[in-house]
Design a binder for this molecule. Structure first.
Ligand SMILES: [Zn+2]
Length: 456
């Protein structure tokens, strides 16, 4: 049994923070207490909760979607039209929380050691609450924004298979088109090896797809095996070669921007990437992700029964491709690893089938008004830090608005106090948690951004 500790960490006595704190901690906690594990999701009560909160601040709200159990919230403060519009995004669903490794109930929203613990505390009921609290604070100030402020609390981000969340909204609600958007997957503070500091912003994401490599061999009775043409042996060679091959490293313009922002010393691309990887363990993981297309075997399927050598076996792969890649690029990378496709009589005979179309892989430019506001925020509020643009390997709903509307979408919500390992490891993991002072920081940042972008 865990006894909640309600003591909060010391904070600078800033009145704006004090005003925001109670609301953002309360709203995040209330959201966590609504179990929106996906599947099945059942996000409607979470959308209703945020609608009620924003409605009380005089903001117009609407619940929309094709599934009554999985509605999305659209909340809007209408602007005068003199400035850009901005969408604040936050998915309401969470990944399931198998309770074995948790020390608290994942849906109790426990305050402990200055942290709020619960499923969604990091991904991403924290950010949704912070955006809603900032929007309500803006509304209560009575100022009319120069452009529309829209908050979308969308369902089904984590699985993204039911077409009830952002994919549905961008198709059915074209009026949601906004100039800018703020969403998840950036805002981490990195303490760099060279003594510098960086706060990350996600400006793009990799393409995602999955594919099947069908490997052929000689079918037959297992009592008279043909060792050279055994299908399973060929399939295992395919798996081996996919792991063993040297994948091409591509340094895109956005990777160059990351290197330049960090101040990587002059040198070859390889030297600069190596330097970047040595600046932070998180960057060590990200450098290969940002510069290569990954094709990772995740499944093997072959025939039964045991006494039959099957005519083919399937190697199922997850693929994260660099932005701008095509199916042909991915086929070429596979061919470089295991030999030419559809070549009869070749050592390995196989063909590739894409199991889903390439999705995502769109980037937003960094030379925008909102990007400059993020830079200013980091400069003013995070001593000695620079803003570090990254293309992230994950997949978020940002890609829907980038693709459908040409919206400039950034992943950014500052996490400055929570231990980065705790924050990242507990996302989708056990005892998911964030320091409550980061909840306040997030709300404060969004109010700062709204005032700077669309304030009077
Ligand atoms: Zn998320």
């Amino acid at each position: 049994m865990t006894v909640p500790d309600r003591a909060l960490p010391p904070q600078a006595p800033r009145p704006v923070r004090d005003d925001l704190e109670a609301e953002v901690v309360q709203l995040t906690s209330d959201l966590i207490r609504i179990d929106t594990s996906n599947p099945p999701g059942n996000e409607t009560p979470a959308a209703e909760l945020v609608a009620g909160y924003l409605g009380a601040a005089g903001i117009e709200t609407e619940l929309a979607g094709p599934d009554p159990d999985r509605l999305n919230l659209i909340a809007r403060i209408r602007g005068s039209g003199e400035g850009p519009s901005i969408m604040l995004m936050g998915h309401t669903d969470v990944v399931p929380a198998p309770t074995e490794n948790w020390t608290v109930n994942p849906f109790d929203a426990v305050l402990r050691d200055g942290h709020l613990v619960g499923r969604g505390a990091v991904d991403m009921k924290d950010e949704l609450a912070a955006r809603a609290v900032a929007m309500a604070a803006f509304a209560r100030s009575g100022a009319r924004p120069k452009g529309d402020i829209v908050l979308v609390a969308e369902s089904d981000e984590e699985r993204n298979v039911s077409d009830v969340g952002m994919s549905w909204l961008v198709r059915e609600r074209p009026e949601l088109k906004s100039d800018f958007a703020l969403n998840e997957s950036g805002g981490s503070l990195l303490e760099l090896a060279d003594g510098g500091r960086a706060v990350t912003v996600s400006v793009g994401e990799k393409l995602v797809t999955s594919l099947r490599i069908r490997v052929h061999g000689r079918a037959g009775h297992a009592s008279v095996p043909d060792r050279d043409k055994n299908t399973l042996r060929a399939a295992s060679t395919v798996v081996e070669r996919l792991f063993a091959c040297e994948v091409p490293v591509i340094v895109s313009d956005s990777v160059r921007r990351s290197l330049d922002a960090l101040g990587a010393p002059d040198g070859s691309d390889a030297e600069r990437l190596d330097w970047m990887g040595r600046q932070h363990p998180g960057l060590a993981d990200l450098v290969p992700a940002m510069t290569t297309t990954s094709i990772t075997p995740t499944g093997l399927e072959a025939g039964e029964p045991a006494n039959v050598i099957p005519p083919f076996a399937d190697v199922i792969c997850d693929c994260r491709a660099l932005p701008g890649s095509t199916e042909d690029d991915i086929r070429a990378q596979i061919a470089a690893a295991i030999g030419p496709e559809r070549a009869s009589g070749a050592e390995i005979e196989y063909e590739v089938e894409f199991l889903e179309p390439l999705a995502g892989g769109v980037e937003s430019p960094p030379d925008t008004e909102l990007y400059a506001i993020l830079e200013r925020y980091v400069e003013e509020r995070v001593p000695g830090a620079i803003l570090l643009p990254l293309v992230t390997p994950g997949f978020t709903d940002s890609h829907w608005v980038r693709q459908a509307f040409g919206t400039v979408a950034y992943g950014f919500a500052p996490v400055l106090a929570t231990d980065l390992d705790v924050y990242l490891d507990s996302m989708h993991g056990a005892d998911e948690r964030i320091r409550t002072d980061d909840l306040v920081t997030m709300a404060e940042f969004h109010l700062f951004a709204l005032n700077a972008l669309v304030g009077a």
